[in-house]
Design a protein around this ligand. Structure first.
Ligand code: IVH
Length: 717
């Protein structure tokens, strides 16, 4: 679990080092969510969770303004534009909205605006309140009343040209009708799918053996961003107009008037758009929409309030990425009621026994949910742990009717038990005291400092526990650890089950063992000479690994990427860390004092490090592993790398890395990789055979490096 999801310290209690470390991790996490959301149409977290991450990120910057560099995500909207489509630069940027989650935040929003405009209490201030449609925004450009282009939001400045696809959408007129249509009229709004059409699309996908979409928004995005507009035409997308970009003349001076004009031009506008004269009216409309939400037939995720008078909008202007004159009042995350059919225990990487409720499948916001987390033993007992507890304090039993809260694609939670519906024969759940995977004792450790029992029960089997060993291996090869291409979770499961990879070091001896094996990988079903060769090449490529990745890969409890980096930076070599950790078994030692004095490393992390090195089997594993891999100096963090924020173009044939690898490496270091050279390009890395891009680089006087020069620049030589 990323550090940012643990109950975090209040921002004002963080020291600058901790704040910077968290800002880095959070930034990377948010950027990854953005990438999944905007480029893959496959978000991994719910909007509410995303909003919470973003809020924390902003709070860190508010507390430590030096974190708000030009690269800060708070200065960006949306995400990179995919390479699939031609690009369209928005004549007026497509911005985002600030979010609010409570009635109080709406009151503050209105009060802030009144203060900003210096309005006396008796002076009226009108707002338009309308549903926030959960789809994707689209900018339609009409010239002389004719649709000439349609672009997605993209990164806010440049979007994707989806004109051909937009023309297939029934609600988007090819020609505007009526009077007073400005010569240039850019209409902005939301493309979405109705629940009914979404279900039909998924039925068709299933019937065709294709993957189903998680929710209507993803289906709408996937449909609009089709390369073949004939496919888009088979998806009944809809469109609501609610905003505008460039206008050669303004047909109205109010938000409400503009929406009415759009309607008269033949565009669809949302029927739940209301003019409100007070906070009370705004909130009343919000709660009315919230109550009726399930009957609308399409997904909305809140209500947007906008100052009605366009002159006032102009005066209010923008704060970084969103207008000061608007607020998105979001709904709380979605809930559903279902029945717990069973409780299962998964064993995690650190031996934690994680209880999972197996649910009678239920649809929440378009996603079928059949598993929910029950957190830990105390949570099931209704006692609560880690700051979370069941709403009514009840225990959870098999057979119970429960309320679940959906958190996007990640596992939902059980948050309430409907006691009236508890079956007469339901009995309290008995949490296992032995590990279901290996039979070792599972214990709840007592924290020596607080005297409190840990809420998590852990298997004591260590690496003899197959579940732990497997999970550790998965962690070892994961993206932010050894990042071995072609060796994902599935493959680890297979290799583990067959006894071919049991410990991390086995990964690096696999090729030699395979060469001697009677049952060679390349002769197995599903494998061939090429895939086997590729796997061994990917493994060989990772024999050199940075110290921070190596420490992270070990899977020491509580050591995330940030702590691994801090340890790597402090100790410089693995041997130095190991020596100190071994000496630190004596808590009175200087070594222990050194470990706990590292900025950003608390006692919990220090103790975990000491415990890890104390274990004989970990020592053996390290000795074996270090014979196989070579440790390199700490990898530069995105923010302190020499290419952070730079626009880089790779061209020609690269000899030491694949194009994809080069791109991933550059992005990891905080650079942006572009496909073509322009005046904005900072750096061109040219291999042999580079042609027109190299010429262009010379023309624009852009710095050109060889592949070796690149490695030197980023400190890998
Ligand atoms: S107004 C300058 N109105 O929400 C702000 N946006 O979080 C222009 N959205 O990108 C946006 N319904 O995709 C506005 N009624 C509505 C909306 C709405 C949905 C989306 C839109 C925007 C995002 C911002």
């Amino acid at each position: 679990m990323p550090a940012s999801q643990n109950a975090p310290k209040p921002v004002d209690e963080l020291d600058p080092i901790e704040a910077r470390a968290e800002h880095d991790t959070l930034g990377a996490e948010i950027a990854e969510h953005d990438r999944r959301y905007y480029q893959e149409d496959a978000p991994a977290v719910s909007d509410a969770e995303y909003d919470a991450l973003r809020k924390r990120y902003e709070a860190l910057e508010a507390q430590y303004p030096e974190l708000k560099t030009a690269e800060s995500l708070t200065r960006k909207v949306g995400s990179k534009v995919s390479e699939k489509f031609a690009k369209i630069r928005h004549s007026v940027p497509m911005l985002s909205l600030a979010n609010g989650f409570s009635d109080e935040e709406v009151q503050d929003f209105v009060a802030r605006i009144r203060r900003f405009l210096q309005l006396k209490p008796e002076m009226p201030l009108l707002f338009v309140a309308e549903p926030k449609i959960d789809g994707l925004s689209l900018s339609l450009r009409y010239e002389g009343g004719r649709l000439v282009s349609a672009a997605t939001r993209g990164d806010g400045a440049v979007g994707e040209d989806v004109t051909a696809n937009a023309r297939t959408v029934k609600d988007i007129p090819h020609v505007l009708k009526g009077k007073g249509i400005p010569e240039v009229c850019e209409v902005r709004g939301e493309v979405y799918l109705s629940h009914e059409d979404f279900a039909a699309i998924n039925d068709r996908q299933l019937a065709a053996g294709k993957p189903v979409f998680a929710n209507p928004r993803n289906a709408a995005a996937g449909s609009l961003r089709q390369l073949d507009s004939a496919i888009t035409a088979t998806r009944p997308l809809r469109f609501f107009a609610y905003a505008w970009g460039q206008m050669s003349a303004m047909p109205s001076g109010t938000q409400e008037g503009m929406i009415a004009c759009f309607r008269s031009f033949g565009l669809k506008t949302n029927p739940l758009t209301r003019l409100c004269a007070s906070v009370d009216e705004m909130l009343e409309h919000y709660h009315a929409i919230e109550t009726d939400r399930a009957n609308l037939g399409y997904d909305i995720d809140g209500v947007v309030y906008k100052v009605n008078d366009l002159n006032l909008q102009e005066r209010l202007g923008f704060v970084s990425r969103s207008p000061r004159w608007a607020l998105a009042h979001k709904f709380p995350a979605q809930e559903a009621v279902t029945v717990v059919e069973d409780i299962e225990i998964n064993v995690g990487r650190t031996g934690s026994l994680n209880p999972i409720a197996k649910l009678k499948p239920v649809t929440v916001g378009g996603v079928v949910v059949s598993n929910a987390t029950l957190h830990n033993e105390d949570y099931i007992k209704g006692i609560g742990g880690n700051g979370e507890s069941i709403r009514n304090g009840a225990d959870i039993r098999v057979g119970d009717t429960v309320v679940i809260l959906r958190a996007g694609d990640v596992i939902p939670k059980v948050i309430d038990v409907v006691l009236d519906k508890r079956p007469g024969d339901a009995h309290p759940y008995i949490f296992p005291t032995v590990c279901p995977a290996c039979g070792s004792h599972a214990v709840r450790e007592v924290n020596p400092r607080t005297g409190k029992e840990d809420s998590v029960r852990r298997c004591t089997g260590g690496l003899i526990c197959p579940a732990q060993a497997r999970e550790r291996l998965k962690h070892f090869v994961s993206r932010n650890a050894f990042d071995i291409e072609g060796l994902g979770e599935q493959r680890i499961e297979e290799f583990y089950a067959e006894g071919m990879i049991q410990r991390p070091q086995d990964i690096f001896t696999l090729e030699t063992r395979n060469a001697r094996s009677l049952q060679r990988l390349e002769n197995r079903e599903g494998w061939g000479a090429t895939s086997t060769r590729n796997l061994f090449a990917a493994i060989a490529e990772r024999r050199n690994v940075s110290l921070n990745r190596f420490i992270f890969a070990l899977g020491i409890p509580h050591i995330g990427e940030t702590s691994a980096r801090l340890l790597a930076r402090h100790f410089g070599t693995f041997e130095a860390l190991r020596e100190t950790a071994l000496a630190a078994q004596d808590h009175g030692s200087e070594a222990y004092a050194e470990l706990t004095s590292i900025g950003g490393i608390g006692k919990v992390v220090a103790d975990a490090v000491v415990e890890f090195f104390k274990e004989r089997h970990n020592e053996d594993m390290l000795d074996a592993l270090l014979k196989e891999v070579t440790l390199e100096p700490i990898e530069a963090a995105a923010s302190d790398s020499p290419v952070a924020g730079k626009i880089v173009v790779f061209t020609g044939s690269l000899e030491q890395m694949t194009r994809e690898e080069a791109k991933a490496m550059a992005e990891r270091l905080g650079a942006k990789v572009a496909g073509s050279v322009s005046k904005k390009t900072d750096l061109v890395v040219a291999g042999p055979g580079a042609g027109s891009k190299l010429k262009k680089a010379e023309e624009f006087d852009v710095k050109v490096l060889t592949e070796d020069g690149w490695f030197e620049l980023i400190g890998r030589r």
